[in-house]
Design a protein around this ligand. Structure first.
Ligand code: CUA
Length: 572
């Protein structure tokens, strides 16, 4: 590949650099005051005339998974956590200097690298893959480790002659132990061994540069640490979203939202559903707390630490207890939830109407609700009126749901569950409100552009008020003489093709019945309040209020509109 690498060998006395394609290496004096920032600017000046795409750094200290985790002994401070990537403006890979030399010394097979310096570095390369080792701290003799003997302290304690003897023994032992084909020695003290054991060679310092180049070219580069931030960020966003959603559901930002919450039931089937939801939420919350807690504990307790050796922990296989536990516990949970769900389904869907039940047929249209009371002979739209039910003498309302066009879904959250409204199919559901009041609902199945404006209002009355409402609905349409002109406009335009109005020629079925139009609080299926201004705006240009609505603009003159609206507002 054409990638040009700048390799930097950081040492206690000099920083040496070489880049791909350059013949001469260059160096600059380092020393005990050199900070990483000073190193970067010195190197940048040094190689100002070189081209390179990426940087390899051989660092004289502990590097774990490409990160410097300990300050160097012979340089200035600030190396741990320094952002070399930003300082160079190029991708940077960092490796221990001995490991970089080992990488450069590799020429096939199984190779053991030993760095004889202050301490004892070790690494094995097999098939080009570098595996750092911690052989230095294994026990050797008299309770002391290999490093105690072969490190700088050992050299001082034993003297060069005895140190050499031990070095030869240790090198042969370790080579046999890791079944290496050959050993490469590096580090400042390697050359102090006068006679090398079999299959052992000195590493060339210049091999460090080859190692630096290989860090990018070969698969021997240590896996770079994955960035944790996006994951953490996503988790934070998710948690905040959940909290926001929970607050919105629990508190209800506005009256409307509260009136649409399944957590404030006011009807028998809605209570059953809320109980079921609470059970499922409780079980799920308990699982979440236990699993999330264990996860958080493990993340904190077993997080990466500077002194980690980077090795895999012991792997556990075939624990009968664990496998039984994680099979049986979910089985029991799912079984309990299945029983509870089944009971709720039978409770809600298996209910038989008592003799006092009210029957209502609701037909979904794009985008409004047709409401018929077959036994009472009442026809209305979008605003369902029902009696409150007294548990001692229940008067629930049983709903027959049909569709005139596409699939809709009937949903009044506080009164009951969702029930789809499907063409050529009759679905049934029921509500049994226990408190009078207004309950809001919404078409809950996307049914076209005005799906969001397909609202429902359910008025729950006392028995007496409900009877009064029925009686008013059964009155004939108003025929006030002073609006005869408006009625004539109505009867002479295409209104009559789609709308029905008792006592007139209008018998259309495509739009809402208008006989008692003014008894309704809203028009356009809850999208606007039922006022003279809104009626006028609606008749003039339906598309402006409810784009896509099937009602066409009638193109009436202003006078005709005035008369028509005057007529409509008498239809109490
Ligand atoms: Cu009807 Cu959505």
């Amino acid at each position: 590949m054409g990638m040009k690498i700048l390799t930097i060998d950081v040492g206690g006395t000099h920083v040496k650099v070489l880049a791909t394609g350059q013949k001469e290496r260059r160096e600059v004096v380092s020393g005990p005051t050199m900070t990483p920032g000073a190193m970067v600017s010195a190197v940048k000046k040094l190689v100002a005339d070189w081209e390179y795409d990426a940087v390899s750094i051989g660092y004289p200290g502990l590097v774990v998974h490409g990160k410097i985790v300990a300050e160097p002994k012979n340089l200035g401070r600030g190396w741990v956590g320094f952002n070399f990537h930003r300082a160079f403006g190029k991708p940077v890979r960092i490796i221990n200097d001995a490991a970089m030399q080992a990488l450069g010394s590799y020429h096939g097979g199984r190779m053991l690298f030993l760095g004889l310096g202050t301490g004892l570095g070790s690494a094995v390369i097999v098939k080009g893959v570098l595996e750092p080792m911690e052989l230095a701290h294994l026990p050797y003799r008299k309770g002391r480790t290999y490093e105690d003997y072969l490190g700088l302290r050992g050299l001082k304690r034993l003297g060069r002659k005895r140190w050499c003897r031990h070095a030869r023994v240790v090198i042969s032992q370790l080579r046999a132990a890791v079944e290496a084909d050959y050993v490469v020695l590096g580090g400042g003290n390697a050359k102090k061994i006068d006679v090398l054991p079999a299959k052992t060679v000195y590493g060339q310092n210049s091999n460090a540069f080859i190692g630096g180049f290989r860090l990018w070219r070969d698969k021997t580069a240590p896996a770079r640490r994955r960035r944790a931030r996006p994951v953490v960020g996503t988790a934070v966003v998710l948690v905040l979203a959940c909290l926001w959603g929970a607050t919105a559901l629990a508190a209800g930002g506005t009256d409307g939202a509260q009136n649409l919450s399944i957590f404030s039931p006011a009807s028998t089937p809605a209570y059953a559903i809320t109980r079921m939801a609470a059970l499922v939420l409780g079980v799920a919350a308990a699982i979440f707390v236990i699993v999330g807690g264990l996860l958080a504990y493990c993340v904190a307790r077993f997080r990466r630490r500077p002194d980690d050796d980077g090795r895999e922990p012991p792997q556990v296989y075939g624990s009968d207890q664990i496998e039984l536990a994680w099979t049986m516990v979910p089985f029991v949970i799912v079984f309990v939830l299945t029983l509870a769900t089944t009971r709720t389904i039978f409770e809600v869907q298996g209910a038989t109407p008592p003799p006092n039940a009210l029957n209502v047929t609701i037909v979904g249209h794009q985008w409004w609700w047709e409401i018929r009371y077959p036994e009472l002979g009442v026809l209305t739209a979008n605003e369902l009126h029902v009696p409150v039910s007294d548990p001692a003498n229940p008067t629930p309302t049983f709903l027959t749901l049909e569709s005139a066009d596409v699939i809709h879904s009937f949903w009044v959250p506080r009164l009951g569950g969702k029930m789809d409204v499907i063409p050529n199919r009759v679905n049934r559901t029921w509500i049994e409100p226990l408190e009078p009041g207004l309950y809001l609902g919404q078409c809950a199945e996307y049914c076209g552009t005005q799906h969001a404006h397909m609202l429902l209002r359910v008025y729950v009355h006392t028995a007496h008020d409900f009877e009064r409402w029925v009686a008013a609905q059964k009155q004939p349409a108003s025929r006030a003489a002073q609006v005869a002109a408006g009625r004539r406009v109505f009867e002479q335009t295409a209104c009559i093709n789609c709308h029905s109005l008792d006592g007139t020629v209008a018998t259309g079925r495509f739009g809402p019945d208008l006989t008692h139009l003014m008894s309704r609080d809203t028009i356009l299926a809850g999208a606007a309040r039922n006022t003279a201004e809104n009626l006028r705006a609606w008749i003039n240009n339906p598309d402006a209020l409810k784009p896509g609505a099937l009602m066409p603009a009638m193109k009436l003159g202003p006078e005709d509109v005035d008369q028509l609206v005057a007529y409509l507002t008498t239809l109490q």
